[in-house]
Structure formats: structure tokens, C-alpha cells
Design a protein around this ligand. Structure first.
Ligand code: PLP
Length: 420
């Protein structure tokens, strides 16, 4: 459920009519709903009510906007970060260092040091080599880095190949067959407090079964490690729960997910960490855009050319992803169209042969479910700059990220003297 709905024939974000935001901030613009973010945070937390000892760490990469992070910080969430930049954002949003988990297969030495400097709660180690390096850095400071070992359970998450992370051929985690041996080596290093296991098999999962299979393997590993004499107090179950991108699509709810987790982990006696991203932020945002013109006369349906493009919302070009596309002031008429942006690539296509509200030049429209992996994946391709972001709260709204125009980006470039 979200808070983007029609009110007197005009699409609103909570109590703010979207034309007002377009007027004041321009388009394209991402619009987030505070009430929706808070609702999703609450529903996810309630879904895990049966899990007593836990941390919910929002996956910052899904939406790193500081205002969004602040909403989630106030909801009691921590942060799952995958770079030094994200770590700084989580801190800037007021997340307690103890509630920050550092994931990622390629943390640099400088990033590991930053995590130690800030005293973060957990490093998820993805290789023997990374574990040794972290241990050495921490030992040199006379510290113990709290850590979990991320394993690769070789489970097919049945999602898009580019966001699948738990298959043997993916770059993430330690293959399960080597996990005991790597754990045994790393746990004895000065500088590491290796205390558990982490897993994350992919994103936009529409089925709980692969998650349950992966968690089952983790449970077995935890039992094996304990039998070998290791103290296991923490398990990180990652994120991955999917969201409906098409109206009417059914997905497992956070309550279903929570019930499965409670059942599978009942006897584990560990502190559990969760890293949801998309399920919290996805439906809490839309991308508001204006139709530049409608081009007719080709072979197929007309092209509705909007002022948003693949640089602003990459998911359709990157994953062939679907985003519902609706007029802000629907007339009740419909059309079948190809929805495209202005970028000089055929990949800059949001939808083909899409039945949608009838639109003409100057009309406003939205791509729904753009709150996760939207603005965060933007580029400045075609020298288009970065779009603004707005957070709505009831009848008020604020620009929470300025539009960065192409000129500002050009200002960071220079022609060397010897070339001028
Ligand atoms: C991307 C990612 C997440 C979040 O995934 P969602 O599908 O957005 O919930 C969580 N943990 C790790 C390690 C990730 O890489």
C-alpha cells in the first residue's frame, strides 16, 4: 500500500497534488512519501515480532537520500552499507555506528579503516583475503573488528540474473563447502571478533522458497560450526524481499516472510540482522515526468516522449523492468504507446506497446514504484544532470536533493593548459 492516489481526479502524494510539485520544482523529479516509508518500516518490523533479538538495517544502496535515511533512523532502523560513501551517509542521517553493517565484495583498505574509525557494529567479510586484511588493520590498532562471514549458499533466487547474488558462479560470499575451513582460519586471527554468518541471495524475490532454502543451509552451518567448538552469536539474513511493480501482482508479505524466518530460526539462539531495501523504499517513491511530445506515424504505436530518461531511472533499460505508468490527471481515455525518454539510445525505452492513460504534449505522468534503485542509479548520460528529489509529509513537501544541472557537472571538468 502506498500514499500516491487520485483525489478529485488529480494524482496526489499524500495530501500534495503532484502538479504543484512539478510547478515548483520542475520535472523530472522523484517524489517520496514519508507516510509510506513509515508504514513499510512498521509492517516489516511487525512481521518480525516473533524474532526477539534483531537489528533491521536498511540497505542504503536502494535509496541513499539523507531525508529518507532520517525517516528510517527515526523508525529505529540501522543501515546496511556497501561503500565508504554510504557509510558516511548513514552516519550523517544519525544512524548509531553500532547499527551499521558493512557489506560488499570489494571493500578497500581505506573503507575498512573508515569502518574501524567509526566503530561500526559489523563487517560482513566476503573472502578469506578480506578477513585477513581486516584482522591485520584492526590488530594494528589494538582492536577487535566485529564480523560475520558471508557465505554463498548456491541457491537460485529465481530473480533477474543481474540481481541474483547467491549462485555459486556469483562473485559474492564464500562457497559453502569452504566456509568451515575459512571460518576456522579467520576466527583465530588477532583483530577479528568473528561471531557469525551472513547471507544475501538476491533482490526482487517473489518467492520465499529460495530464501528458506538458503536460511536452512545457514542453520546447518551454524550447527556445524558450534559442533566444531566455535561461538556463534550473530546471523545476518540479508534483504531481497520483492515488491509488486504491476498493479494487482501478488508478493509474499513481510508477515509471511517474518513467519517463515521465525519458524526456520527458532532454535538458533542468535541475534538476527535483516537488510531490507526495496521492500521499504520501492513503493514509497514515484518519478514524476512531463510529456515532451507524442510522435506518431511510425510502424507501431505512437511514441510518448517524456522528459525522464534511462539516466534518471535505469531499471527498464538495465533489467527490462516494468514500472506502472499513469497520467497525473487521467481523462478516462486510454491509448497504447511506446513510452520513451529523449536519450539517443533505443535502450531508453520505459515500456513498449503499453496500454496507458491517453497523454498529450505537456501532460504530467508518473512511473510508480521508483523509490528503490531509482535516483540512486542515476547517471548524467547525454549531459542531462541529476534530477531533484522531494519528500512529502502530509500537506507539506521539501526538496531533499537539489537538481544538479549539466552546467554544475561541467564545472568539475577542465581542459589542461597544454591543450588549450
Ligand atoms: C542489495 C543488498 C540488500 C538489499 O536488497 P533488497 O532486495 O533491496 O532488499 C541487502 N543486503 C545486501 C548485502 C545487498 O547487497
Amino acid at each position: 500500500m502506498d500514499h500516491f492516489s487520485l483525489n478529485s481526479g488529480v494524482l496526489h502524494a499524500e495530501d500534495v497534488p503532484l502538479p504543484q510539485i512539478a510547478e515548483e520544482v520542475g520535472t523530472p523529479v522523484y517524489v517520496y512519501s514519508r507516510a509510506t516509508l513509515e508504514r513499510h518500516a512498521r509492517v516489516f518490523t511487525e512481521g518480525l515480532a516473533e524474532v526477539p533479538d534483531k537489528l533491521i538495517a536498511f540497505a542504503v544502496k536502494s535509496n541513499p537520500n539523507l531525508a529518507v535515511l532520517k525517516v528510517l533512523q527515526k523508525a529505529g532502523f540501522g543501515a546496511d552499507v556497501v561503500s565508504g560513501g554510504e557509510l558516511r551517509r548513514a552516519l550523517a542521517a544519525g544512524m548509531a555506528p553500532a547499527k551499521i553493517v558493512f557489506s560488499g565484495v570489494g571493500k578497500t583498505r581505506a573503507e575498512l579503516m573508515l569502518g574501524l574509525d567509526e566503530g561500526i557494529g559489523q563487517f560482513n567479510i566476503e573472502s578469506r583475503e578480506e578477513g585477513r586484511e581486516l584482522a591485520e588493520l584492526a590488530a594494528a590498532r589494538g582492536e577487535l573488528a566485529p564480523a560475520c562471514l558471508r557465505i554463498n549458499p548456491d541457491v537460485d533466487a529465481k530473480t533477474h540474473e543481474k540481481i541474483s547474488t547467491g549462485k555459486a558462479e556469483n562473485k559474492f560470499g564464500i562457497p559453502l563447502v569452504h566456509a568451515r575451513e575459512v571460518f576456522a582460519e579467520l576466527v583465530q586471527l588477532d583483530g577479528l571478533h568473528l561471531r557469525g554468518i551472513a547471507v544475501h541471495i538476491g533482490s526482487q524475490l517473489g518467492d520465499l522458497e529460495p530464501l528458506e532454502t538458503a536460511f536452512g543451509k545457514v542453520g546447518k552451518l551454524v550447527a556445524d560450526l558450534r559442533e566444531a567448538g566455535h561461538l556463534i552469536t550473530h546471523v545476518d539474513l540479508g534483504g531481497g524481499l520483492g515488491v509488486p511493480y504491476k498493479a494487482g501482482e501478488e508478493f509474499p508479505s513481510p508477515a509471511d516472510y517474518g513467519a517463515m524466518v521465525a519458524r526456520v530460526t527458532r532454535d538458533w539462539r542468535v541475534h538476527l540482522t535483516f537488510e531490507p531495501g526495496r521492500v521499504i523504499a520501492g513503493n514509497a517513491g514515484i518519478l514524476l515526468t512531463r510529456v515532451i511530445r507524442v510522435k506518431r506515424g511510425g510502424n507501431g504505436p505512437p511514441f510518448v516522449i517524456v522528459d525522464a530518461a534511462m539516466n534518471d531511472l535505469a531499471r527498464p533499460a538495465l533489467y527490462g523492468a516494468w514500472h506502472d505508468f499513469d497520467a497525473v490527471e487521467p481523462s478516462g481515455e486510454h491509448m497504447t504507446a511506446n513510452i520513451v525518454g529523449p536519450i539517443c539510445e533505443t535502450g531508453d525505452t520505459f515500456a513498449r506497446d503499453r496500454k496507458c492513460d491517453a497523454l498529450q504534449s505537456g501532460d504530467l505522468a508518473v512511473f510508480r514504484t521508483a523509490g528503490a534503485y531509482g535516483a540512486t542509479m542515476a547517471s548524467s548520460y547525454n549531459s542531462r544532470g541529476f534530477v531533484a528529489e522531494v519528500l512529502v509529509d502530509g500537506d507539506q513537501f521539501a526538496v531533499v536533493a537539489d537538481r544538479i544541472d549539466a552546467g554544475a557537472i561541467m564545472d568539475a571538468e577542465r581542459v589542461p593548459e597544454w591543450l588549450a
